[in-house]
Ligand binder design. Structure first.
Ligand code: SF4
Ligand code: SF4
Length: 481
């Protein structure tokens, strides 16, 4: 056997002809838990192939897989480089108030801010939108409308200023509102839906008892669950709304029922987000890393059964994003699962006093304040050392992520968690085991040919297949933003 290999490989082959040596491709085997297929992943470019286990040795010895990889490698690298380092900010998470009428267990905004914080005046809010518009006019192509997502604390506590801003700038920005929904009355819904504003609301359980374990008013006397359900009834049939479920140990066992509940109410999109662990209170309700995947995958399976039965999808957007990270990296819609994450480079956050942070997750952490929109301006904040700490955090500098085959499907989020919970930006964030399992599950769906069932219809319109002989790797035909 050794003689055969020696004679076959004796020619003067250039560096790069062989796997995992010299200039050759680095393809790491990935056990995806499938009975028939293994993954092969190039961690640097996020190129991958699914190979039948019986043909693994053949694939690794050369042939079509390696030839095609060589042909496409430069474009994979360029695509990943642009996605990771070539974006311009195109969205703002805009907090028009620091205050909130709720006291949720896992909130990333400190309690004192939520109780006694600042509220932006109508005049200041309009000035902020004018300044943002001026910035984006310089940095984005005319065809690209920037997004402003009013975020919390609870933005509808400052409804008059917020609605004035939307009315004045609805042609300049795509607006969204992320709300706890307790103030989303008929008038607010009419105003927002008539202007096509996307609306995200939060609900943690199918029963009040579950929701109120984590989402409660300060005095505990508001029926938050009932209020959210009323708002959902008002929004029924509106295509631009979604429900965020924050997954904690208080509701994890009910996730499949939660999916049923949302599907029954014809919610178009949901997110099943593991709670961020930036502040200590959130860590008290978080699931352990290794506990998170089982209820999450059970909920995805239930959503698939419901789709097969009814023909109607409830897309779990955060999982769909992992699928897109694998199938079409630049088509991903959320920017936590890539390194550096989107904070400070794809978007940034504006606090009610005009302070600028790389992401809402850092509001309340003064050392990550990059500047102020009204004093010093946005350009200075975007290039500030505070922003650079986040935009410069790459998986290649984090142990064990630097050795991880799926590092560009995970991104080692979140820098705020890494800093506050784990002691530094060079540490992983939370939920490593969860990312491993959901990535393996995503590959199994791809191997079984059912990944589309978990994605938005039409997600691949305008997408071209770059490499589909041994494993589909596709990339959208879009200009870099
Ligand atoms: S957090 Fe875990 S899964 Fe994610 S890149 Fe790091 S080692 Fe890999
Ligand atoms: S990973 Fe964390 S800091 Fe980065 S965009 Fe997501 S929530 Fe924000």
């Amino acid at each position: 056997m050794a003689v055969t290999h020696a004679s076959r490989d004796a020619g003067n082959r250039p560096s790069g002809s062989h796997l995992n040596t010299g200039e050759g491709p680095t393809l790491l085997p990935l056990d995806i838990g499938h009975p028939a297929y293994m993954g092969l992943v190039d961690p640097d470019t996020a190129f991958w192939a699914l190979v039948h286990k019986d043909r693994l040795a053949d694939a690794l010895e050369g042939g079509e897989l390696l030839t095609s990889f060589h042909q496409k490698r430069a474009s994979f690298q360029e695509e990943m480089q642009t996605l990771r380092f070539g974006l311009q900010p195109s969205a703002v998470y805009f907090n028009p108030t620091d205050r909130c009428n709720l006291d949720c267990s896992y909130c990333y905004i400190p309690q004192t801010m939520r109780r006694h914080g600042t509220e932006m005046s109508r005049e200041k809010l309009l000035e902020a939108l004018r300044l943002l518009q001026g910035h984006f006019a310089k940095t984005l192509p005319p065809s690209r409308r920037p997004r402003v997502i009013f975020h919390g604390a609870e933005p509808l506590l400052n409804k008059e200023a917020l609605f004035a801003g939307i009315a004045a700038y609805n042609n300049e920005f795509d607006f969204g509102v992320q709300t706890n929904a307790t103030l989303l009355d008929g008038e607010a819904v009419d105003f927002l839906t008539s202007r096509g504003v996307s609306i995200g609301l939060s609900l943690d359980g199918i029963r009040a008892e579950t929701t109120h374990r984590t989402r409660k008013s300060w005095a505990g006397n508001l029926n938050v669950h009932a209020k959210v359900l009323e708002a959902m009834e008002r929004l029924a049939g509106y295509p631009y709304y979604s429900v965020i479920v924050t997954v904690t140990r208080e509701n994890a066992s009910e996730l499949p029922q939660m999916v049923e509940f949302l599907h029954e109410r014809q919610v178009p999109n949901c997110l099943l987000n593991m709670t961020r662990c930036t502040l200590p209170a959130a860590r008290e309700v978080r699931l352990a890393d290794e506990e998170a995947a089982t209820p999450f995958i059970a909920a995805l399976e239930r959503s698939h059964e419901l789709f097969r039965q009814s023909g109607r999808k409830l897309v779990v957007a955060n999982f769909a994003n992992i699928l897109l990270a694998i199938l079409a990296p630049t088509a991903r819609r959320l920017m936590c699962d890539i390194s550096p994450c989107g904070g400070g480079r794809a978007f940034f956050a504006l606090a009610a006093n005009g302070d600028l942070f790389p992401c809402s997750e850092f509001i309340g952490l003064d050392s990550f304040r990059g500047g102020n929109l009204f004093a010093g301006g946005l350009d200075a904040a975007l290039t500030s050392p505070a922003f650079h700490r986040v935009t410069g955090r790459t998986v290649e500098t984090i142990d064990p992520c630097r050795r991880c085959a799926i590092r560009h499907f995970c991104g080692s989020p979140c820098p705020a968690e890494a800093h506050e919970m784990n002691g530094g930006m060079d540490r992983p964030g939370a939920f490593c085991a969860f990312y491993e399992e959901q990535t393996r599950y995503a590959f199994r769906l791809i191997a079984d040919g059912i990944a589309d069932d978990f994605l938005w219809d039409g997600w691949d319109d305008g997408v071209v297949t770059l490499f589909d002989k041994v494993g589909p790797l596709v990339t959208p035909e879009v200009s870099p933003p």
